[in-house]
Ligand binder design. Sequence first.
Ligand code: SF4
Ligand code: SF4
Length: 372
Amino acid sequence: MKIKEHKHTASDPIKRLAPSPSVRFGAKGLCLVVAAGDSVRAGQLLAVSPREDRFAKHVCSPYNGSVVQIQPDVVVHGEPDVVVATGSHVAPLSLAPEYIVERAKVAGIVGMGGGAYPTHLKLTTGLPVDTVIVNGCESEPYLTCDARVLVEYRAEVDCGLQLAARAVGASRTLIANAHHGYPGGYEKTLVSEYCGHLVPTGQRPHHVGVIVINVQTARALHQAVCLGRPLLDRVVTVAGGAVGCPGNYLVPLGTEVGHVLKECATDVSKIAAVVLGGPMMGREAQLETTVEAWAGGVLALVPGEIHRPVDMPCIRCGDCLVACPAGLSARHLVLRPNPSLRDCTECGMCQYVCPAERPLVRLLRQAKAKIG
Ligand code: SF4
Ligand code: SF4
């Protein structure tokens, strides 16, 4: 079943969003390194994970300004640096792999394709890796931000790809941007298509010697290593029937969704649902929700663009199994969770095709929580 693409912003050049007066970050579980009233510079560390946390989360200020609140969220009032250095590329072979990994860590880089998995961990698999793929497929409806970054910042993405390859010792690099419609770009499918390796159930691409990173993750790695710039912003597609000026915008992390939509001339009275990320894998959001590194979209959808499942009894048609890119039977997994659930990317295809309109993604998430 083909999903409508709605990629009307595909040829819109990236614009810088007019900044909001402040940005906000959740501080729960983090160690603050600033106090209320402190002055901060763009790029300065605000909070970091406790030492024992292997995810080693680093949150840096996208703004020059001052810290006006630290609990429950850190709020920085100010404005971003408008001039960002470009064009400087460090030769990957001149760098130690450990240095690249450390730069990714302190820059706070995470998977920007939706996973938000820390990039420094992805670059330290402990297993031999021979290939790094930049995933530029971006098959989610509405989203075109990665495609625009590939067009407008190709040299930076290429540089980040080479740095990632240096970090893991890979000899082969490639950018995958074939367009097969949703859910094209599923990692295991890419590894099979481009490398000919089958990733077994319960395993990840690095188990067969491949890592896959997102377009904007690669660019962020370039900025961290070559420019010393932490992850402070990202390109986001702003779209949906309620948005007056849809397009691709560079948005500081921590910006409220409501500000993004206001700057894009959104008619709030028309909104039926706000989504952070794409419509298939994103999360329903509020106007107060803030833009995070993983989120490629801010969508303000009107009633004709959404469909909420009504949850009727399963008719055992098997359509969910046929539609699943991972070959999973959602019908069975929600009844009897098992470890193959770890292969579920929550892509939503099973729910999309289900004639009984079962809320399968929510049920799959609950099932995953049961197996831990
Ligand atoms: S698609 Fe829906 S109705 Fe069909 S087997 Fe799967 S869960 Fe049941
Ligand atoms: S959400 Fe459904 S279709 Fe997608 S991977 Fe999980 S089980 Fe398969």
